[in-house]
Design a protein around this ligand. Sequence first.
Ligand SMILES: Cc1cc2nc3c(=O)[nH]c(=O)nc-3n(C[C@H](O)[C@H](O)[C@H](O)COP(=O)(O)OP(=O)(O)OC[C@H]3O[C@@H](n4cnc5c(N)ncnc54)[C@H](O)[C@@H]3O)c2cc1C
Length: 404
Amino acid sequence: MRTKFLIIGAGITGCTVARLLQQRGEHDAVILEAGSEPGGLCRTREIRGHILDIGGGRFLCSRFPEVYEFIFSHLPRSEFNHFERVSKISLDGHVIDYPIEFNLWQLPPEKGRGYLKSCLQAGEVDGRPQPTSFEEWIRWRLGDRIAEAYMLPYNRKIWGVEPAEMDIDWLAKIPRVDTAAILESWRDRRFDRSRMPSHESFYYPREGGFQRIFDAISATVRDKIWLGRPVVRLERRGDVWRVNDEIDAEIVINTAPWTAIHAAAGNDPALREAVDRLRISAIVVSLYEEAYEHDWHWCYYPDEALRFHRQFFIPNYAPQSAGGGVYRETNAKRWLPGGGEIFSYVNDAAYPIPVRGHAAAIRAVREHYSTKKLYGVGRWGQHAYHNSDVCIREAMLLVQALVG
Ligand SMILES: Cc1cc2nc3c(=O)[nH]c(=O)nc-3n(C[C@H](O)[C@H](O)[C@H](O)COP(=O)(O)OP(=O)(O)OC[C@H]3O[C@@H](n4cnc5c(N)ncnc54)[C@H](O)[C@@H]3O)c2cc1C
């Protein structure tokens, strides 16, 4: 069999690519999906009436109007609820609003003052040069006290590696420190919501879960998805790729982790070091039934005595979900079953870990393969901390570059 486009992975990136190609009249495409169902990290399950996004916390928020336009053209805006974000940090036995630096006034005064001093004495405020390791960067940005009580343990928990091993080039998502505003919030005992660094507000489907967005986008390309078909062999034959010894593809678009795809392509030793640097962490999502009466959407837990790092309160953003549903995210290295969960799911590929040198590594891998018409896009194809909206936008840019 021959196809013009072969897409590896039927997550939101792969299906968006197929949909965009279809919208441009390019119908000759096949999507090979390793799993038994499409959706990847955007899948939702209903368990005892609880709407569970099994890939972990999943909220729609984008800085790209074209992404909203694309999504809402498939699932109308009226199908979503819109929320002002309510997220908390559990710190030192207290719960305060996120982000920490603007909400220190919510702590008992003694503790709050200690953390405030940490912010005000941080390296960035002193004009010291920006360090290059994530650990040093955290200390430089928020001071030692906040680093040690919150940012370092939290990041250790989520990534499963030491922040000292990590780079800082992915930090566009982390807020810049504004000391005047921090002091103002401390003095006025008030948080100006416009200072929320990201996801200040978000959309969530009124029915079902986040997967509804994926379902709507992928509906017209479902017949192109071949399930249970992992790409295990990629061979360059003349001007095509022979995939799994059965399909000849002119152009291959990869949305799966490169380790598997590089192995399928023969493990060229010239790229081994680069591919080894594309490390991935696994996250377990576990569901519980608990009684609570608050309006939090989610809460961060830096305390290393707790295995999980984030907890979500489902009906607070999905009122269609049964009461009392809570789910947790735990790095798979820290996960222990049997803690009262009614369901758990392991996401083997959850976070691309930005270890030092990862940016040069992914550049080398993508450049190597793109000269042979094998393009990487999305969270794994670009090995970048992309949310699903960014995956959609990157899919748009790739399709634009390929077919105009
Ligand atoms: C904990 C967590 C929280 C997040 N929170 C948000 C959020 O609030 N908002 C948001 O927008 N985004 C969020 N994201 C990010 C978002 O989920 C992802 O960016 C997006 O779903 C990635 O889509 P993808 O298609 O690129 O990758 P995936 O969804 O991982 O899809 C890749 C697909 O490739 C398949 N595959 C793998 N290997 C092979 C192979 N060899 N052959 C064929 N197929 C293969 C996989 O089975 C999978 O279906 C979060 C992610 C995580 C982990």
